[in-house]
Design a protein around this ligand. Structure first.
Ligand code: SAM
Length: 627
């Protein structure tokens, strides 16, 4: 079910600066102590959750989860991150920090607030570099080379804890004083704190208000008053009593079938978290739909800000950060123009702009003149400009992602079937080889349905797409990606890729002159002054290109998650990540992050409304019994 229309932009905090310390005008309270905010954080939140000590006990591949009420200036987060850096084990382990903020600071205010802590400067700079645009929803920031993952919910606390799936090891209860902000301390919130806790979870809060202490005792925490920081005499700390604390589980074996952008991103994500994986492909990384020379980082955001739009938007902003580490290699953040290439698209864009208010770091409208200047090609109309988007070399990127000491590759292995056997999965290949794994993620694009061991049909289809390699000498080389009925990328090694055709019911794997014709016809009607006269001399038969098959779902939304919802006998441990259509480069990084969260039992980077949108069960066509 889609949520009612909600503008993507979220209202920022309004600050007053008194003696250099930020105060919320709305709540009439300070973000941190006037005495010394950093020391207060260390005393109240780190010390009383025994944090540095507990960090050092996190096992290999494990994680420690801190949840916080009120992100504010991010001071608590940075202090926890700094402690993690000095106390965490040297093996692969992840600090998760889950926080909520109803009125986020603008980047400018955040920069000013964090400048107060010179010793946190390096971490603050990294946070600022990844700080999300001020739009509603969940933002996952992958920091410190993946050793720190921040899940930032921009919205109200009640929505946040209802829609996020995680269990905290420690809580920082840091809303403003209950008298200034009672909404943050309602019974409902306290109940949510309990449901996101587990035996042994601790909490700390600067407040010592009796009502809050009693409410926390009521839901099962053993509470204690202790000495506060500075002028505050008292504060509270607590623990959810555990007769038998949960034992961390050792990572099991995970196999991933399919080494396209989805499978490679997932394999790398798990390996970075310390999980060994086997990556299997019938060919090599990026050999299928992810293997084009160039691909645009592109989404079409809906006129309604609904779940679909939210998923596309979060995927886009996540992917922009994700690819930035290959900024001098395979990622080219040139900007991207979504051209109003037809009267219908111009009308759609007009309605889109009227209904929605997007921050300019995501997109803004441009007129014809500016569109031409930014893209480097004269256009017939304006459009939407995505300043942080661009294009990728997806094949090269897939190959690089697959290289990691914890990724064992099994290429040239054609998987024929998957068999559940004694709680494990046996992966059987054509050549008679088998691999056994505890869990399997199928990321095999349009070949995925054949691998799912059930007679149920899955509503996935393959759609042929041919791209055309245009010689740079035949055209005005664009400075940025231009999208409309076709996309066009700035040339790489004298070739600019345009495409792709969208050929339903066509399974021809060979390049055809008709498809080149169609691509050239579409791109030249979108950009009539693109080609020089020399294009006339190039025979379509002489043009190069590539054919691949996208995997699309019946509702054109991706699928990510367990294949079967209920733990059906012997069929759990099977996951699907596919159906990314022609937006694979945009969706893959975030959906791989989400699936890696599930496979590792770590906090989810997506809220429930988006998790539901992605559920593979919606693709089941019939209820025929399992084979
Ligand atoms: N932990 C922060 C830090 O390290 O800077 C300070 C947090 S400040 C004391 C409390 C925060 O809670 C404010 O940023 C405020 O905007 C936020 N807040 C207040 N009411 C909220 C609500 N209903 N939902 C989510 N956040 C809320």
């Amino acid at each position: 079910m889609n949520r009612p229309h909600l503008s993507p932009r979220i209202e920022p905090a309004e600050l007053a600066w008194n003696d250099g310390v930020p105060e919320s005008i709305r709540f009439g309270d300070v973000y941190f102590s006037r005495d010394n905010g950093l020391e207060e954080t260390r005393h109240v939140f780190l010390g009383h959750n025994q944090l540095p000590e507990r960090f050092s006990e996190v096992p290999e591949g494990g994680s420690f989860v801190i949840a916080e009420n009120g992100f504010g200036t991010g001071l608590n987060f940075l202090a926890a991150w700094q402690a993690w850096q000095s106390q965490a084990p040297t093996h692969a382990a992840t600090l998760h920090f889950v926080s909520v903020e109803r009125f986020p600071l603008t980047r400018e205010d955040l920069t000013r607030a964090l400048a107060l802590w010179p010793e946190l400067k390096a971490l603050a700079d990294e946070l600022l570099q990844h700080y999300p645009p001020l739009v509603h929803g969940v933002h996952r920031l992958v920091l410190n080379g993946g050793r720190v993952r921040l899940t930032l919910f921009f919205g109200d606390i009640n929505d946040a804890w209802q829609s996020l799936d995680f269990k905290a090891d420690a809580w920082f209860l840091d809303g403003f004083a209950p008298s200034c902000n009672p909404d943050m301390w309602l019974e409902n919130t306290i109940n949510q704190v309990r449901s996101h806790s587990k035996p042994g979870t601790t909490l700390a809060t600067f407040t010592s208000v009796g009502r809050i202490r009693r409410a926390l005792i009521e839901v099962g925490f053993r509470m204690e008053k202790t000495s506060g920081y500075g002028r505050k005499r008292e504060m509270l700390k607590g623990i959810l009593e555990a007769k038998d604390p949960l034992r961390p589980q050792s990572p099991d074996t995970i196999a991933i079938i399919g080494a396209g952008i989805a499978g490679c991103s997932l394999a790398r994500n798990l390996a970075d978290r310390g999980y060994p994986v086997v990556l299997i492909d019938s060919s090599s990384p990026g050999a299928g739909a992810s293997g084009n020379l160039q691909g645009a980082l592109y989404v079409k955001l809906g006129v309604e800000f609904n779940d679909q739009t939210e998923l596309a938007l979060t995927s886009l902003t996540f992917a922009q950060h994700y690819y930035s580490k290959w900024g001098d290699q395979y990622w080219h953040p040139t900007g991207l123009l979504q051209l109003a290439h037809s009267p219908q698209e111009a009308d759609r864009q007009a309605r889109f702009l009227q209904r929605n208010d997007y921050p300019e770091d995501i997109l803004y409208p441009v007129n014809r003149e500016l569109a031409g200047r930014l893209s480097g090609v004269p256009t017939q109309s304006g459009g939407l400009w995505f300043p942080r988007s661009g294009w990728l070399e997806p094949g090269n990127l897939c190959r690089e992602l697959a290289e990691h000491p914890l990724i064992t590759t099994q290429f040239d292995m054609s998987v024929e079937s998957l068999k559940a056997c004694s709680g494990k999965w046996r992966i059987c290949a054509q050549e008679g080889a088998t691999i056994t794994a505890d869990r399997v993620a199928i990321c095999a694009g349009h070949a995925s349905p054949e691998l799912i061991p059930t007679e149920r049909r899955f509503r996935l289809k393959a759609i042929r797409g041919q791209v055309t390699h245009l010689p740079q000498s035949t055209l005005i080389n664009p400075k940025a990606v231009i999208c409309g009925n076709r996309y066009l990328n700035p040339a790489l090694d004298d070739i600019a890729v345009t495409g792709a055709t969208f050929d339903l019911h066509d399974n021809n794997p060979s390049i055809t002159a008709e498809s080149h014709n169609e691509n050239i016809h579409e791109i030249s009607s979108m950009l009539p002054s693109l080609f020089s006269a020399s294009i006339g001399e190039v025979q379509n038969e002489d043009l190069d290109g590539r054919v691949a098959f996208r995997c699309t779902t019946h509702d054109y939304q991706p699928a990510a998650g367990p294949v079967f919802k209920t733990a059906m006998s012997g069929l759990d441990g099977l996951y699907l990540l596919t159906g990314l259509g022609s937006k694979g480069l945009t969706y893959a990084p975030l959906l791989a992050e989400y699936l890696a969260d599930q496979l590792t039992g770590q906090p989810a980077c997506l809220p429930w409304n988006l998790v539901r949108r992605l559920e593979p069960q919606r693709l089941h066509q019939t209820d025929v019994a399992i084979s």
